[in-house]
Write a protein that binds this ligand. Sequence first.
Ligand SMILES: *Cc1c(COP(=O)(O)O)cnc(C)c1O
Length: 386
Amino acid sequence: MNKKTSTPGFATRAIHTGQEPDAETGAVTVPIYATSTYVQQEIGKHKGYEYARVSNPTRTRLEENLASLEGGIASRVFASGMAAINALCTMYKSGDHVVAGNNLYGGVPRLFNQVLAGYGIEFAYVDTSDVRSVERAIRKSTRMVYVETPTNPLMALSDLKAISEVCRRKHVDLVVDNTFMSPYFQQPIALGADMVVHSTTKFLNGHSDGLGGVVVCTRPGQVEQLSFVQKAAGAILSPFECWLVLRGVKTLAVRMEQHDRNGRAVADFLVQHKKVRKVFYPGLPDHPQFELAKQQMTGFGAMISFETGSLNNANKMLRKVRVCSLGESLGGVETLISHPATMTHAAVGERGRKEIGITDGMVRISVGIEDVDDIIADLDQALSAI
Ligand SMILES: *Cc1c(COP(=O)(O)O)cnc(C)c1O
């Protein structure tokens, strides 16, 4: 292949796409355009920027960067992951039907059931790891299939290629939340997704210091609608927050490599630990979808859940962690440990949790990039409290 015309690699695009030196000063880092408005030369004559809700150069750079990393034609960023998901849902109207995974990030069914259902969009929830149940749930009015893979906290995978073939046949959009794997380990658009969403709050930003969300598009109509929603509804990402993500993505490739290495080591440690009853991690050969994980992802990532046996055991252990921090969220450089039943999945209710298999003894870790020996030693001493 001619090296000069081939697409640069992932890490190169993460550092350079949209992150070209500033044309005026040569500043190697994209400037933060902290401005609400732009001076116009005369009536109707300006440099493409009129008002910062509509467009901002820092934001434009980030949108170019993230579109490139996911292999989309363009992207639009929003004030949080939830704002991004809400924005993409404006493409659907009253009477439209959506088939969604039955084990999504808790905020998503909350948005669907308690906000969007009120506007007449209908939702059905199925186990998307079973392609046939996705196909069976699609009706004449279905416009979108919404999938998270792997799921939180059970780490169940959905076969994106197989689901995208069903969607194509039925003329339904496939939207994938790629937050857990990041574009470094999983490329849903290459597997047939029509749109990809992220909470950039997590691995893309990577430093637990800002919220954000993005929708990556594959068709001009999607870009047009999302640009309109930025202007019309206004839940845009601020220039400073855009800059944080631009800085964060520069190290995405090396961070994900280290997250993955540490994730595998922590999973291996947990599997052999006497107090741990079960480990959920797609990189373990006994994960029911280990083969799919190897095909669909280029790494296994840093998200691991495990079973301590009871709420009491989980509590005893979580009280004792020192290197790991007990808290919600994930994807930062620091190891975060959480208790799904009382934190991320409290709103699902006891019955809902039982249906999808989330127990009171389940603990979830987002393995950070500290020295892995320190993470393992900390988990070991905390588990000894059980
Ligand atoms: C955190 C998260 C969201 C929501 O993102 P916010 O930035 O918190 O609004 C959506 N999907 C997944 C998978 C997440 O982890």
